[in-house]
Design a protein around this ligand. Structure first.
Ligand SMILES: C[S@@+](CC[C@H](N)C(=O)[O-])C[C@H]1O[C@@H](n2cnc3c(N)ncnc32)[C@H](O)[C@@H]1O
Length: 410
């Protein structure tokens, strides 16, 4: 049976960075190539070539159902019964608290994906092998739980060709946005190691990186939002859309389709700025019919699959494109402000203490997320206004110069 002590802890405390904090042998991982306690069930899933995520989700349910007779039993009993990710928010909670954020849509898609994956496994495999996959054990509730565990704990191991695994006990480490180090396979020691990126003092909590994720992504998968201003990888998704009234709407949609984009797309904006793809999409939205020959080039640049990442520029429509982005940011800001203003009064009428606790908790997460996302948008609004002012004052100067020259030659 796998015990916490199987995790070989090395005494790094008080030492410098670059030390192995622990070593966990491959035989201890919940990974695709591992032997299942119920080996017949594992063999069936392998025959059907089930992809890694649903494979490991089913593996975890199978091991959990065996309780003490599974070698993972101690680890599994230490896992949360209800992981905190957005998978556990109801549709009405998502609509109520996250209406302003694009993360709501990502959560809805994720919930539907889990349901779709479960239904697919049930139809194709479980219903044909009810003795190995009884519905009392393999059902949507247990799949929601195991996917919740995977979203908040599954580790991608770069040195094992990106294979994914649950790494028992090592996954008890919490995330810190400023930490750069993560779990990986180490060939020489043939195990999973965690190498510190700085020295720790005795008794100090050791953190790990769950990856460079925005606050919204951390809430989506892990159910928490870092303190405002502490996440250098934070970003907010801004939604841009072609205008239905556009004379070239059809041609633009066609150009976007060629690059697997649709008439409405989301782009991540950071405090440091926005990606080239967003600017290219904005150029496409505001470009007049006379620029139809450039639609294709703009759509290609808007898809991050553009082969050459050159900074496309169309000075004649730059002002319109920036104004369009500013309008989109401001419309987003007003949605956040509406929610944040209303949030103070929300749920004051709930009397059931359990329900009230849940609502207060979810509302606080939503307020933290919306505050951090709005902060990024405020910064973009400032940068955009300043750029537009510079462009307009430059144009004014050019116009004054032109008038001056005209007067001179009169
Ligand atoms: C991989 S587990 C980490 C171990 C966790 N402390 C446990 O023992 O279950 C991920 C979960 O830990 C919590 N967590 C991790 N880092 C956090 C942080 N910086 N702030 C708040 N919660 C965090 C979240 O609930 C997240 O879903």
């Amino acid at each position: 049976m796998l015990e916490k002590e199987d995790l070989l802890l090395t005494t790094i405390l008080g030492k410098g960075k670059g030390c192995f904090l622990f070593l966990l042998h491959l035989s201890s991982l919940l990974i695709r190539c591992q032997k299942w306690s119920n080996s017949d069930a594992g063999d069936v899933l392998k025959q059907y070539n089930v992809p890694d995520w649903p494979f490991i989700a089913t593996y975890l349910i199978s091991e959990a159902s065996l309780m003490k007779s599974s070698r993972w039993s101690n680890y599994i009993s230490a896992l949360p019964r209800q992981p905190y990710s957005l998978l556990y928010w109801t549709q009405s909670e998502l609509d109520r608290y996250l209406e302003a954020s694009q993360i709501r849509q990502r959560a809805v898609e994720r919930i539907n994906n889990v349901i779709g994956t479960y239904n697919d496994l049930r139809l194709r495999i479980f219903s044909k092998h009810p003795d190995l996959f009884p519905e009392e054990i393999f059902n949507i509730e247990t799949f929601n739980w195991s996917f919740g565990i995977l979203f908040s704990r599954l580790v991608r191991l770069p040195s094992m060709d990106g294979r994914v695994a649950l790494v028992p006990w090592a996954d008890m480490l919490n995330h810190n946005c400023e930490v750069e180090t993560f779990l990986d396979y180490d060939k020489s020691s043939q195990g999973i190691v965690f190498t510190t990126d700085r020295a720790y003092l005795p008794g100090e909590q050791v953190f790990i990186s769950y990856g460079r994720k925005s606050n919204g992504e951390l809430l989506l998968s892990y159910g928490f939002v870092p303190k405002e201003g502490t996440n250098p990888s934070d970003s907010v998704e801004v939604s841009l859309a072609l205008k239905k009234s556009d004379k070239c709407y059809k041609e633009k949609v066609e150009a976007l389709k060629k690059h697997r984009l649709s008439a409405s797309e989301c782009f991540p904006v950071q405090v440091t700025g926005w990606p080239l793809e967003l600017m290219a999409f904005a150029y496409l939205v505001v470009s007049p019919p006379s620029m139809s020959r450039q639609f294709e080039e703009m759509a290609a640049a808007a898809s991050n699959k553009a082969t050459s990442k050159k900074d496309i520029k169309y000075p004649e429509i730059e002002e319109d494109a920036l104004q369009f982005i500013l309008d989109s940011c401001e419309s987003s800001i007003s949605k956040y402000s509406k929610f944040l203003q209303a949030s103070g009064e929300m749920d004051l009428d709930v009397t059931n203490p359990k329900q009230l606790n849940r609502r207060v908790f979810l509302k606080q997460l939503a307020v933290d997320l919306c505050t951090s996302e709005r902060r990024i948008l405020y910064r973009s609004q400032y940068i955009l206004r300043r750029r537009l002012r510079d462009i307009r004052s430059g144009e004014l100067r050019a116009l004054n110069l032109f008038d001056g020259l005209k007067n001179l030659f009169k």
